[in-house]
Design a protein around this ligand. Structure first.
Ligand code: GLA
Length: 727
């Protein structure tokens, strides 16, 4: 039993693997107060915590003051709590006050899915769900708080459903999915910031009085900040101390915020960003907020990372490729950009096939009038000038080489120079009378409208059915602005951003259900929508348009803070690199790309003989090592927050029988032979490990405590990859 309810004290204790989360019902009025989240407690008298919390009912003269410090599970606005709230409304008479009080609860085995939304899943042997039903008796609103506990992982997921049981509509102004009130004032906040070609940089800073947050109001989860934050005890580090991680299973606007109030109490919140959000809730209807994943670790950031990886690999990512080897791909984008035809693509593919590459991906430029990025988006039919006879001859040609065939789409977008736009200008997101805010000369289709999703899907469905397509790269290359929908009335216009995301999920659901053989990869100008919502539909995501091996170190390390290596698409590209101009060795590019879903994005016909000759070995190494890389425990061997002249990480199999260590020297300092010594992690101390390809056999304890010198030639950007096998 993971969920315990102590009836006399009306307290709940949720026991995950090594974690407990507790809250209780305070006095007869029914405030739901937070008690504890941290290392596992076995004491059933959870009541002692919340009994020390003064109750508003017994101190009526200070009701507002008490509300302002009470640790709450689902705080609302305007009755005394001035910290950021999880919930806000505007009722018909213009009032903002709301208050949810406990009414009942039920415990379910397993985990119900969330209607229309991605979420983690688990069966009745793996998890239990608690639904706490709260009510605002004045507004006649119900809030159903869902908590799922994963018994073998330190994970609790939370979501909220609001139901209007009254007779008049209310306007929801904020519905956040999780709130945790911490006592401690000595905490740091970790978050990920970035931009195009520089995604997911990790930052750590002390939590101070006031509000700190990361958020997106861009209509996508964004590359500016990832929908993630972690609170760490100030004394916690990479491998020790308490860490509390939050990640949002959603691909649109989000906020992850902390607030330290006047007494030093810290409130953490995660949910849909109230900016650009509003929802008219009619009587009899419900609003479902997305899921927030809460991970606790007593083993520092390492424990948090490994728990997120295990959760996402086993309880989020689906489909036939969730646990199987992905084909090594070659993508033509950096090889040809828009300048290609069937012969050129087949030339690349046939040379790739000879080296053992398994999947050919045709990127942007194969449809409508899409000969550059000013035109054609929205016209999802093959341009016969580019591919005479349609997709089939090309796909058949690729298949005849022994390769799978895949293609690029960007279904959510339209160019004004397209047949779709000319026929349906009102299908775009726009504010009438206002100039478009174009980005990459494109506009966003109004996916909040079912007829728009239906129309785009029917075109794309036809293309996917016209040939043997086994992979799709779904791109999304701009943010949402000029938020207006021709189909929404004024009092629902603020629903657009969320309805848009639901439309995207609807089409991804259709694609994955109707074409289960397709390996779907999401992309958004690189990693602008790298989030758990997307991972529910696609087992891998294009991490960044920046394919430079050195720039990728920080990008991939930040992304791997919570997303598993099996989700991180990483490719070898040409040098000088198209984004940074840097020249790195082919082998270093290989070692860095190997720790993700491996592939090539380059003109293979332009490689040197030596580079070409090394591809079969890389493909063989990928086949041999990928099962370890995608199922093992990931350890950072270098400080995530420091940009230094080297980086290293390792993956250890669950049974500790093998490990892969990757070391990259960025800039040579001189004397590197002496200094490039790293201490390994996660090995079995008493076991002996052989370094594959050598006759060196060393004990786990030696490798972890004394470390190992990494054999590297002199020079910048050198790398080494060591495969350790237990003897
Ligand atoms: C985006 C993607 C790239 C490529 C181009 C095509 O920038 O991130 O990988 O597909 O679009 O236009």
């Amino acid at each position: 039993m993971a969920i315990h309810f102590d009836a006399p004290s009306r307290t709940f204790r949720l026991d995950a693997k090594d974690t407990s989360y507790m809250f209780g019902v305070l006095d007869d009025e029914g405030f739901l107060v937070h008690c504890y989240w941290g290392p596992k407690l076995t004491d059933n008298d959870a009541g002692m915590f919340y009994r020390q919390i003064p109750s508003p009912a017994s101190h009526e003269r200070e009701r507002a003051s008490i509300m302002d410090v009470m640790p709450q599970e689902f705080p609302t606005e305007d009755l005394g709590d001035f910290r950021d709230a999880a919930f806000g409304i505007l009722d018909e008479s213009g009032h903002e006050a709301s208050l949810f009080l406990y009414r009942s609860h039920r415990i379910l085995s397993g985990k119900p899915s969330l209607e229309g939304l991605p979420s983690t899943f688990g069966n009745s042997d793996e998890c239990q769900t608690l639904e706490v039903i709260l009510e605002d008796p004045v507004l006649h609103l119900k809030a159903v708080l869902s908590y799922t506990v994963f018994e073998n992982l330190d994970v609790i997921t939370r979501s909220v459903r609001i139901e209007n049981e009254g007779t008049s509509p209310v306007r929801l102004t904020r519905v956040l999915s999780a709130c945790v009130d911490f006592d401690g004032d000595d905490m740091d906040l970790v978050s990920l910031w970035g931009g195009w070609a520089r995604e997911n940089n990790a930052q750590r800073m002390p939590v101070r009085h006031g509000r700190q947050s990361v958020h997106s109001a861009r209509g996508e989860s964004s590359n500016a900040y990832n929908p993630f934050m972690a609170l760490m005890e100030h004394t916690a580090g990479e491998d020790f101390g308490e860490v509390y991680g939050f990640n949002f299973v959603y691909s649109g606007n989000f906020v992850a915020s902390v607030e330290m109030e006047q007494h030093g109490l810290i409130r953490a919140l995660m949910g849909i960003d109230p900016q650009h959000f509003g929802w008219k809730l009619d009587p009899g209807s419900a609003f479902q907020a997305p899921e927030a994943v809460l991970v606790h670790s007593s083993r520092g950031l390492t424990g948090m990372t490994q728990t997120f990886h295990d959760l996402y690999r086993n309880h989020l990512i689906r489909g036939r490729y969730a646990h199987s080897l992905r084909p090594v791909l070659i993508n033509n984008w950096e090889a040809t950009y828009f300048d290609f035809n069937t012969d050129r693509l087949l030339e690349i593919a046939s040379l790739a096939a000879k080296q053992g590459i398994e999947l050919f991906v045709m990127d942007d430029g194969w449809f409508g009038s899409r000969r550059n990025d000013n035109s054609g988006l929205g016209d999802w039919y093959v341009c016969e000038d580019v591919l005479p006879g349609g997709l089939k001859p090309l796909a058949d040609g690729i298949n005849a080489l022994g390769m799978k065939f895949g293609l690029w789409i960007e279904p959510e977008m339209v160019n004004e120079d397209s047949n779709l736009y000319r026929a349906h200008p009102d299908w775009t997101i726009r504010v009438p009378g206002r100039q478009h805010s174009r980005k990459r000369n494109q506009l966003v289709l109004d996916f909040s409208r079912r007829e728009v999703v239906d129309a785009v899907w029917s075109m794309i469905r036809k293309v996917l059915s016209s040939a043997n397509v086994e992979y799709v790269k779904w791109d999304m290359n701009r943010i949402l602005t000029n938020l207006g929908s021709a189909a929404l009335p004024a009092d629902r216009m603020q629903e657009l951003s969320h309805r848009y995301v639901l439309g995207v999920y609807d089409m991804q659901d259709r694609l994955t259900k109707e074409f289960p053989q397709i390996l779907l990869e999401n992309c958004s100008s690189g990693g602008a929508r790298f989030d758990p919502g997307m991972l529910y539909f696609s087992p891998q995501i294009w991490t960044s348009d920046n394919t430079d091996a050195v720039a990728r170190l920080k990008i991939q390390a930040g992304t791997a803070l919570m997303y598993p290596l099996s989700a991180i698409d990483a490719n070898i590209s040409i040098v000088p690199n198209h984004q940074t101009g840097r020249v790195t060795p082919f082998s270093t590019r290989g070692d860095v790309a190997m720790c993700g879903t491996f592939g090539y994005q380059l003109d293979i016909t332009k490689l040197t003989d030596e580079e070409l000759a090394s591809i079969p070995g890389q493909v063989e190494a990928y086949h041999r090592l990928n099962p370890l890389i995608t199922s093992g425990d990931y350890y950072r061997l270098h400080d995530l927050f420091i940009q230094d002249d080297w980086d290293a990480w390792m993956v250890v199999s669950k049974d500790r029988g093998e490990a892969l260590v990757t070391y990259v020297r960025i800039l040579s300092r001189g004397g590197d032979g002496i200094y490039s010594r790293i201490r390994l992690k996660g090995l079995e101390p008493d076991a002996m490990y052989r370094i594959d390809g050598t006759d060196q056999i060393l004990s786990g304890q030696l490798l972890m405590h004394a470390g190992i010198r990494v054999p590297l030639p002199r020079g910048d950007y050198a790398s080494a990859s060591l495969h350790l096998i237990r003897q």
